[in-house]
Design a binder for this molecule. Sequence first.
Ligand code: CS2
Length: 491
Amino acid sequence: MRLSDATLHRLPAGIARPRYDRAAVTPGIVHLGLGAFHRAHQAVMTEAVLNAGARDWGIVAASLRSPDTRDALAPQDGLYTVATREDDSESLQVIGALRGLHVAPENPGALLDAMCDPRTRIVSLTVTEKGYCHDPATGTLDEAHPDIRHDLSAQGAPRSAPGFLVEALHRRRTAGTPSFTVLCCDNLPANGATVRRVAIRLAELRNRDLGAWIAGEVAFPCTMVDRIVPATTEEDRVRIAAMLGLEDAWPVVGERFAQWVIEDRFPTGRPDWTLGGATFAADVAPFEHMKLRMLNGAHSALAYLGYLAGHETVAEAANDPVFARYLGDLWAEIAPCVPAPPGVVLQGYAASLLARFRNRALRHRTWQIAMDGSQKLPQRLLGTARERLAQGRPIPHIALAIAAWIRFVGGVDEAGRPIEVRDPLAAPLRSALDAAGPDPARRVAAALRFPAIFGEDLPRDAGFAAAVTQALRRLMDSGARAAVDGAARPG
Ligand code: CS2
């Protein structure tokens, strides 16, 4: 029997479920990007608001690509389970906040109608870094991106997230409906400002006035989002169904820790997400900076080095003493480039990250985090490298992570087996590296020739190329685990 409104009453007593009348909830938020992260983060915090009695903040969620999540959740009336796992404890909550499900490519018009509904006051997004069709090194719209070119020629049926935002804003403007607030929940630097820049540019390419109207009328608050939510596995699905006594086709699994820091700029209202544990701040930048550089930077480092060393999950890598020591040194390298947010001690933050990474109840695959490195490295590792080099400081641990990425996107692991590289730049990176041949200096030079990743400055910085080349040579000569071990004792 399947989880649904009709079967909710069958859940065992210990399992949390909606404490409100779902039928009475009206849509207030349209969310683009129906992935596990949204369902374990913003939707859970919104559920707390609905549980506290608010009725006008239901979520209408859309997937911009595949119908899979809609197909799994529609027969469940949008209900799904969030499993919170910490070592040997697990608790379940069934979430009712999703009140509508769309698949954009099937029916872009229906999604645009939802975005134009005057009751929709917020459009939030988790479409991953590459979903913004921007140049990661500069944060500007990639005007040559095929989806952007498509969206400029087929405005009524967009494909990209910026295309949907701009078309919906255009329609609201024409109809005299006040704008919604755009709430980016992806791990981009200054995420609100970045999406604003991208949306305004796309609008200007259509019509200058629309660009100016968006610049003047639409709020794009910045956010820092944090919760570790690995892809759900079949094993999770089976275990959770047994605990529910009902089938849930697509539950999500995450750690207990969750943080959401939101810039409080919502001219047409917002839910009181503090009820779910969020905080509102005048300036999100220090939180975002710390999280992107320390958590995500270390995550990417562990992803490439861990994968190459044969660690399948983050927990395996972080529980390996050689890797734990490397992480400590990496954080010590990053921390001087991270101004501590009010009330935070960076050493304590690093210690809490290590504990979170070591959570063995989560099977967060290094391969999963390794995806889309070309879109992630700039904000996670390269900004810190730039700042340290400008201060004349060495970057051995960051350089090792970047070298591991180069090794990874080369597509062959240490045992000569192929690596499945998922990245929008996978093919050009692979051919550049193949053409460069085996010499580490040539391979590094070939990788640095991607300005969308490294900008114009890093390739010209001899110290940067030298550090990455030295690290890559070490990786190629002695393998990832020995290189990680060696990085802890340079020389
Ligand atoms: C991860 C993030 O997949 C990745 O790139 O680094 O999804 C990470 O788990 C979250 O940002 C944690 O908040």
